[in-house]
Design a protein around this ligand. Structure first.
Ligand code: ADP
Ligand code: ASP
Ligand code: MG
Length: 406
């Protein structure tokens, strides 16, 4: 007997027929002798609608009330799946985050899971009851509902698998595994049988939304065996595992993109010690994550332009903070541009091979695509380009690195 966590994303529970399909899959696992906890997302589109409603009332709203609203999507699907399971003769009950509880920190809208109380759940699972747990949500230290950031149900699932010491964490979604790049954009994308935690972490962190970044971090830390599988077809998916389990190592393992980027340029910022701290300090305090940064060398020794990227959702807050500090920062003008995309190439092979970045620059140049910002890490190169070139850039790079499926 194994203990498993099964997670179903939004498209997998998008309507009643699909919820019934999920119930059948879950029952199959129970019937083969496993103890099962299921984590569900909201029905596809539901969270977007809830987020939009908050923004329509106030673009900058109380994050605690945002959480109270957006967490409701998952409450619906837990109840519906529990009913669907009961209907096919499988005992089951739903759990909201606050009922277990799933304790999180107090950063509403982007909370981190601190611990999960599983005693009662384990006792009930031992008696054959399926636990249907709401993904994406928890309970903050202020005793209010918290949410984990978009795509957070993956993290709920992995955290639960770690807390339950589960043998497996199976993430069922609308693609049948992790591909070399988004298969919805590049039809020649190739499915990977296995991917290292490290590469998956990089891919997720630069936008491959198939797994939320924090879920991979958590899986890596607690050594949870995560599989990404199709909820519609019965076929093997992709296993996320340690490097030593992978025999064939590629130079470049994947390409990802993130449209969730906005570029901010501060024109003519004073070029003196302490300026970067003065700019990024208040942004960090306002929980705005800054990603790529470039600072030009000043020509006159007095002022320079500073460009950086933030998440689209944080742009308004970032602008407000920078405008509030305009006096102290003394910049001339703030320009922002949400029509950008970050494209990243990932591969552990970069540690030992030169020329991978050069190939990226050359490929984009030959397509006439201008690079606005570049950033690199040990196993990743990212560039910021105009959003309209997303598809073209992904396809050209996928071919250039020899990743196309035969
Ligand atoms: P869910 O609702 O099940 O959580 P998501 O939409 O969050 O599903 O994630 C699955 C989507 O991730 C796929 O439909 C696909 O478009 C996208 N995706 C992006 N990069 C990749 C990749 N490298 N491999 C597989 N899917 C990817
Ligand atoms: N429903 C949430 C979202 O759409 C969480 C998730 O699906 O993982 O972001
Ligand atoms: Mg997701």
């Amino acid at each position: 007997m194994a203990r498993i966590v099964m997670k179903f994303g939004g498209t997998s529970v998008a309507d009643i027929e699909r919820i019934k399909n999920v119930a059948n899959r879950v029952k199959r696992e129970v019937d083969s002798g496993n103890e099962v906890a299921v984590v569900v997302s909201a029905m596809s589109g539901a969270t977007n609608q809830l987020v939009a409603w908050c923004s329509q009332i106030a673009p900058l709203h109380d994050a605690r009330e945002y959480d109270a609203v957006v967490a409701t999507g998952e409450q619906v699907t837990t109840g519906l799946l529990a009913i669907a399971l009961q209907e096919i003769g499988q005992s089951a009950r739903s759990w909201c985050g606050w009922q277990l509880p799933i304790h999180t920190d107090g950063v509403h809208g982007k909370a981190r899971i601190m611990s999960i109380e599983t005693d009662e759940m384990i006792a009930r699972m031992g008696k054959g009851e399926v636990a249907v747990v709401a993904g994406f949500q928890g309970l903050g230290p202020d005793k209010r509902i918290s949410t984990l950031g978009r795509g957070g149900s993956d993290t709920s699932a992995v955290a639960l698998a770690a807390a339950l010491k589960a043998d497996r964490c199976d993430i069922y979604t609308d693609v049948d595994g992790v591909y070399t790049t988004d298969p919805r954009i590049v039809t020649k994308a190739r499915k990977l049988d296995k991917i290292t935690y490290e590469e998956m972490l990089e891919l997720a962190s630069v936008g491959a939304k198939v797994l939320q970044t924090r879920s991979v971090e958590m899986a890596m830390k607690h050594r949870v065996r995560v599989q990404v599988l199709s909820s519609f077809e019965d076929k093997p998916g992709t296993l996320v595992c340690d490097e030593d389990e992978i025999v064939e190592k590629e130079l470049v393992s994947g390409i990802a993109y993130s449209r969730d980027e906005a570029k901010v340029t501060l024109v003519r910022v004073a070029d003196r010690p302490g300026v970067a701290a003065a700019i990024f300090g208040p942004l960090a305090e306002a929980a705005v994550n800054v990603d790529m940064i470039v600072q030009n060398v000043s020509e006159d020794g007095k002022s320079t332009d500073l460009t950086f990227t933030v998440g689209n959702a944080d742009l308004e807050r970032a602008k407000k903070v920078l405008e509030e500090h305009k006096g102290a920062l003394g910049y001339e003008k703030l320009i922002s541009d949400p029509n950008v995309v970050k494209v990243s190439v990932i591969g552990v092979g970069m540690r030992s091979h030169a020329g991978i970045a050069q190939k990226m620059f050359q490929t984009l140049a030959s397509e006439g695509i201008n690079i606005q910002v570049i950033s690199t890490s040990e196993i990743k190169i990212s560039v910021l380009i105009e959003e309209k070139y997303t598809e073209l850039a992904l396809r050209a790079l996928h071919t250039a690195y020899g990743l196309d499926a035969a």
